[in-house]
Design a protein around this ligand. Structure first.
Ligand code: PGA
Length: 258
């Protein structure tokens, strides 16, 4: 059976609980139940609990944007994957905001991937090169290091559920996504890393997303690239009309794929 196209909305540090609830309500009115498209929203941690009670589960699944890798203990200010396990299906791990603004190292990202999997939460591992790395021609090296180190603690069974989002950091929030040829090259390269570590079955089952400046007009072009299994959407997921248009675009592609 074909995998549904995965569309994830990362709301980052936007919207209070009331605003989050209003946005979900509007989105719910604008989208249909599509079995061929899986829609995931990642609101702030504070909104996860109320939204888990409000959402139509046929339309949405929830993701955390981050969590701490220890399951429990004296870690003031942190929330663990263990605490989130009944609330979310997915968690974003290693988003460039975390790597850059919060100095998350390759080791921390690996610990978080392991903790998510240990707690039955599917990690959406974000990888991608910065502008400096891009300009210096280091993209492959960066993707190799970020992917292989993050998944090296998993088994070949675990890896099949993992989602990897390729997000060129220099294209995030610019309104200008990466060119299709480069997306294809980098997505193929990420899948090759998985194949080399875990074999062909794992490589064909792992879901790979593209993220960075995904807007409705670009959906058809990006999802037509072979090997792209979905989208990670930032800014456009905060607007119900735009996010619904992205989901609809994904649905149109899903119809042509089936
Ligand atoms: P953007 O963000 O869609 O606003 O570029 C993507 C992301 O950071 O995940």
């Amino acid at each position: 059976m074909k995998k549904p196209i995965l569309v994830v909305g990362n709301w980052k540090m936007h919207l209070n609980t009331q605003e989050a609830s209003t946005l979900v309500h509007r989105l719910s009115q604008s989208i249909k139940v599509h079995r061929s498209v899986e829609v995931v929203i990642a609101p702030s941690l504070l909104s996860l609990q109320p939204l888990s009670l409000e959402i139509d589960r046929r339309k949405f699944r929830l993701a955390a944007q981050d969590a701490y890798f220890k399951d429990e203990g004296a870690f003031t200010g942190e929330v663990s994957f263990t605490m989130l396990r009944d609330l979310v299906h997915y968690s974003i791990v290693g988003h460039s905001s975390r790597r850059i603004s919060f100095n998350e190292t390759l080791e921390v990202v690996r610990e978080k991937v392991n903790a998510a999997v240990r707690n039955g939460i599917v990690p959406i591992l974000c990888v991608g090169e910065t502008k400096e790395e891009h300009d210096a021609g280091e993209t492959k090296q960066v993707l190799h290091d970020q992917v292989t180190s993050a998944i090296s603690g998993l088994t070949s069974e675990d890896i099949r559920d993992v989602v990897v989002a390729y997000e060129p950091v220099w294209a995030i929030g610019t309104g200008d996504p990466e060119k299709p040829e480069s997306i294809k090259r980098n997505i193929d390269y990420i899948r090759m890393q998985v194949r080399e570590l875990y074999g062909e079955t794992a490589a064909s089952e792992v879901r790979l997303l593209y993220g960075a400046s995904v807007e409705p007009d670009f959906v058809h072009g990006i999802l037509s690239i072979e090997g792209v299994d979905g989208l990670l959407v930032g800014g456009a997921s905060l607007n119900h009309k735009q996010f619904a248009a992205i989901i609809d675009g994904a649905y149109q592609i899903a119809i042509t794929r089936s």
